[in-house]
Design a protein around this ligand. Structure first.
Ligand code: SF4
Length: 181
């Protein structure tokens, strides 16, 4: 038995064996295409995260997608008004499975300091969230940490998860229909 990047393999003479699930997990986690849904100050912090000092390209993530169909990680950074909630949900619904959501900063995660009539008190009121990054604003290092937690989830996700009753139940709680039939 050997280990490459947490990948369990069985080494033989001239061959290595592992599971398709683990290979796909590693491939997916190293080729995430993010869709930045940035509305305010946290969005600026995310731009710094993409820049050369912090460099998201080291994870193969420099290719931002502004088309939901060509993205698998929705990064929500900034204050989301209640009026914008349905737009965010529509973008999420248009993304193909498998997809993940990173909530960046206090506003996206909980409404932050804006406990007002017009601000959504957390995007998890309209879509499921995989990882929350705290802070107002979070530093780029924190955002990168959130991205790495997403990578862990992507790498270790069972292939059948998106077809499971548990996942359908999660989506139905948000009145969202699964793309996977
Ligand atoms: S959490 Fe703070 S920095 Fe981020 S969008 Fe809200 S007010 Fe701005």
């Amino acid at each position: 038995m050997g280990k490459i990047e947490n990948l369990q393999v069985i080494n033989g003479e001239g061959y290595q064996l592992t599971t398709l699930e683990k290979v796909l997990g590693i491939a997916r986690s190293n080729s995430v295409w993010p869709l930045p849904f940035a509305t305010s100050c946290c969005g600026i912090e995310f731009m710094a995260t993409m820049g050369s000092n912090y460099d998201l390209a080291r994870f193969g993530m420099e290719r931002m997608s502004f088309s939901p169909r060509q993205a698998d990680l929705l990064i929500v950074a900034g204050t989301i008004s209640k009026k914008l909630g349905p737009v965010l949900k529509k973008v999420y619904e248009q993304m193909a499975e498998p997809k993940w959501v990173l909530s960046v900063g206090a506003c996206a995660s909980s409404g932050g300091i804006f406990d007002t009539y017009s601000v959504l008190q957390g995007i998890d009121r309209v879509i499921p969230v995989d990882v929350y990054v705290p802070g107002c604003p979070p530093r780029p290092e924190q955002i990168i940490d959130g991205v790495m937690r997403i990578h862990d989830l992507v790498k270790n996700e069972p292939l059948r998860r998106r077809y499971s009753d548990e996942y359908r139940h999660l989506l139905s709680g948000y009145n969202i229909e699964s793309n996977e039939k």
